[in-house]
Design a protein around this ligand. Structure first.
Ligand code: G3I
Length: 314
């Protein structure tokens, strides 16, 4: 029998992963899985501001370039991650700049990075995690961007990005927006406002960091309402945290959960990709959560076969 290659089963969608230079080429079995199974990659940390522009106007593209070149070598696309986020900022950005200085820094950052990767990035997470967790009382997260720019923060980043390069899809990426509910309602009206006002946005990224057995029942319906605005949608950072012992029952439920998420994307015509946040359980951002489709030995778990079934419409 043929080996199962998820990137082939996913066509016309992309199946992706967060890639990480700590293990790429350093962990042989990781490198083998990542070289064969995916058609799109997101750098897990390498394009974040603190890494790519640690000092003002001083850029370190090395690690991010490594992932971009790797993606090219295996015929995969790239998602850029990210431009505007409250985390993983260098101190010089996250402290004492005036609003005018920060504005210049933001525009320079977006322009320099997008220029460097012109023609090589399918989609940019221009915005990451800017919607408040205290909706509807508050719309935006409290961070340096909203402190300095208020509600103009997101439009600024999106407008700068579009001005540099019209090709890449511009994403707003967030967590906690996967279900119908207050946070996704808030994002929905923010995006409606952007579309009305001509603020450039092409797509919404639904991170989908879920806990075992807790995939929201309204995921597909929610993806569809954003798609109905004329936007692409994507599952950008999928993982299912066991949050408990890794026994057969748990792995079976985890497989169901993966199936539900991939199937929700399959049922949504404008859903362009499903990306998992990592590859194997030993290299996940969630220690001991065993949240990924490959185990620490890089063997496929039940979740892997469930993803295959969902992409095959089974
Ligand atoms: O590279 C340094 C290393 O030099 C240092 O010795 C070590 C000590 O703590 O830290 C290392 O940096 C860590 C980095 O990952 C690389 O491993 C940071 O501390 C750690 O905070 C960072 O975590 C990342 C996290 O974002 C930061 O917020 C995770 O790897 C990454 O998976 C996670 O990804 C985010 C997405 O970007 C956005 N959505 C949520 C998702 C999960 O939190």
């Amino acid at each position: 029998t043929q080996p199962i290659i998820l990137r082939n089963l996913a066509v016309p969608r992309f199946f992706g992963a967060a890639a990480n230079t700590s293990w790429l080429y350093h962990d042989k079995n990781y490198t083998e899985v990542i070289s064969t199974q995916f058609s799109i990659f997101t750098p897990e940390n390498e394009m974040k501001w603190e890494n790519i522009e640690p000092e003002p106007d001083s850029f370190d593209f090395g690690p991010a370039d490594e992932i971009v070149q790797f993606a090219e070598s295996v015929g995969a696309k790239m998602r850029g991650h990210n431009f505007m986020w409250g985390n993983q900022l260098p101190t010089w950005v996250n402290s004492s700049l005036t609003a005018t200085e920060l504005d210049k820094a933001l525009q320079n950052h977006i322009t320099t990075v997008m220029d460097h990767y012109r023609g090589k990035i399918y989609a940019w997470d221009v915005i990451n995690e800017m919607i408040s967790d205290n909706t509807p009382n508050e719309t935006f997260k409290d961070n340096i961007w909203t402190q300095k720019f208020g509600e103009e923060a997101m439009p600024k980043a999106l407008t700068y990005a579009r001005a540099v390069d019209q090709q890449p899809k511009l994403y707003i990426n967030d967590y906690g927006i996967e279900e119908l509910g207050s946070k996704s309602d808030t994002l929905y009206s923010v995006v409606q406002g952007f579309l009305r006002d001509g603020v450039p946005v092409d797509a919404i990224g639904f991170q989908c960091h879920f806990t075992l057995g807790q995939v929201p029942g309204t995921l597909q319906q929610n993806l569809q309402r954003f798609a109905d605005l004329g936007l692409d949608v994507a599952v950008t950072e999928l993982d299912i945290n066991l949050d408990g012992p890794g026994n057969a029952t748990a792995f079976a439920q985890q497989a169901k959960d993966y199936w539900t998420v991939v199937n929700a994307c399959m049922q949504t015509q404008r859903c362009v990709s499903v990306s998992v946040w990592g590859v194997s359980d030993d290299h996940s951002w969630i220690p001991n959560g065993e949240p990924l489709p490959w185990d620490a030995e890089k063997q496929p778990k039940p979740a892997f076969y469930a993803i295959a079934d969902a992409f095959e419409g089974m």
